[in-house]
Design a protein around this ligand. Structure first.
Ligand code: SF4
Length: 402
């Protein structure tokens, strides 16, 4: 039997949803820097917004567009520089695809985004959602789009049951979006759906009383609107412990290594890091990171005194962050090298001074480690506890600077 969400949307209902939503959008849309942008600006913003909050994206978007204002400027820039402007946004394959796609656009389309069917979809990193966004927002073509916000709104509006990530539910949501998108103002309508999901139909606390679609909404007129969409059972985040060695040499430079070009954080730089094994303490992990990744035996330094310590020592900092379904605690230990060994991994390495360190693109949690270590190394010694005795030879040169 056909359910409400599978039945075609009647012309009358469709018209009322479109009219009510567009009227609300006109009054309530946020003033975002990519509203009314060029097709290139729309494309960049849509790629940045994948898996990333609007507030996080805004400063990155502004800096990126200032440095790479056109497809040609992006295509001609070295990828290292593109990465530097992306560092901290996460999901770095997006930057690689954007850069590669810009080069293809210059080679085949004179640096313009093409409008012919199938052309945008063939670019690296452009899936059905991004193609729908570019076509509707930049070119005003009646293409639908479904992102996480739209999926939630549509599942509540039409009472769509089933796991949102399943192929069959996705197909139903896309079919609904396809029926709704109007021939006039498709871009405004798609942005309105996303804006409603961000501002009103929020995941845990939908503000149904001020929603323009309440009169048409299945969930909004049910006892618990959050019963949609269904939460997949058994999806829990998994805790993990990572440890990084913050190795400082006699000259006060810090050792960093470059990640392999592909995969998570591909091509970015980090302090030598391992995922701690079961039963391995974070300090043991940091020693292993130094040995296996950097090819150095090290001794740990007490963060307040910079004294070498045998046995337990506190980390300089702990940083909590999430990657996919992992809840990660990253420990960073101050260390100094004692002897060289053969590393298990051959990766590009650099001893970076504090000035140079900030020029290396790093993933967000590693950039937080960088900030912590530079803050510590620049802290004047008189801030340390007076009962502690400093051994001059243990003090990295940075610590001597006020
Ligand atoms: S009425 Fe409530 S549940 Fe329905 S779309 Fe609006 S905010 Fe979401």
């Amino acid at each position: 039997m056909e359910t409400a969400s599978e039945a075609p949307i009647t012309g009358d209902l469709r018209e009322r949803i479109v009219t009510d939503l567009l009227a609300w959008y006109l009054q309530n849309k946020r003033d975002l820097p990519w509203r009314g942008a060029s097709p290139y600006g729309v494309w960049v913003s849509e790629i940045m917004l994948q898996q990333t909050q609007v507030a996080t994206v805004i400063p990155y978007y502004l800096r990126f567009m200032e440095r790479f204002p056109t497809v040609k400027a992006l295509a001609e820039a070295p990828f290292e520089e593109v990465l530097r402007y992306w560092a901290g946004l996460g999901y770095y394959a997006r930057a690689r695809n954007l850069h590669r796609a810009a080069q293809i656009l210059v080679e085949r389309y004179g640096g313009e985004l093409p409008t012919e069917p199938g052309a945008i979809e063939s670019l690296p990193g452009v899936g059905r959602y991004t193609a729908g966004a570019i076509r509707s927002i930049a070119f005003n073509q009646p293409y639908p789009l479904v992102d996480a916000n739209v999926a939630r709104v549509l599942s509540r509006l039409f009472g769509v049951s089933g796991n949102l990530h399943s192929a069959s539910t996705q197909a139903r949501l896309w079919h609904l979006a396809e029926q709704l998108v109007p021939a006039n103002e498709p871009g405004a309508f798609n942005q309105a759906l996303m804006e409603l999901g961000s501002l009103v139909c929020i995941p845990s606390d939908p503000r149904c009383e001020r929603c323009p679609l309440l009169a048409h909404c299945v969930a909004g007129n049910a006892p618990d609107p959050t019963a949609w969409p269904e939460t997949p059972s058994g999806k829990r985040s998994i805790p993990a412990v990572h440890s990084s060695a913050l190795i400082c040499n006699e000259e006060g430079a810090l050792l960093i290594v470059q990640r392999p070009p592909h995969g998570l954080w591909g091509g970015l730089w980090e302090f030598p890091r391992v995922v701690c094994a079961t039963g391995e303490t974070p300090l043991e992990g940091a020693h292993r990171a130094a040995r296996e990744v950097a090819g150095l035996e090290v001794e740990a330094l007490e963060p307040k005194t910079f004294r070498a310590v045998q046995g337990q020592v506190a980390p300089l900092t702990r940083i909590k962050h999430g990657v996919m379904h992992y809840r990660i605690t990253l420990h960073g230990y101050l260390m100094r090298p004692t002897t060289s060994v053969v590393p298990q991994e051959e990766r590009p390495k650099a001893w970076a001074t504090s000035e140079a360190l900030s020029r290396y693109p790093m993933p967000a949690p590693q950039a937080q480690l960088r900030e912590a270590v530079l803050n510590r190394l620049h802290t004047p010694l008189h801030n340390a506890q007076p009962c502690l005795v400093f051994e001059e030879t243990n003090i990295p040169p940075y610590a001597k600077k006020p």
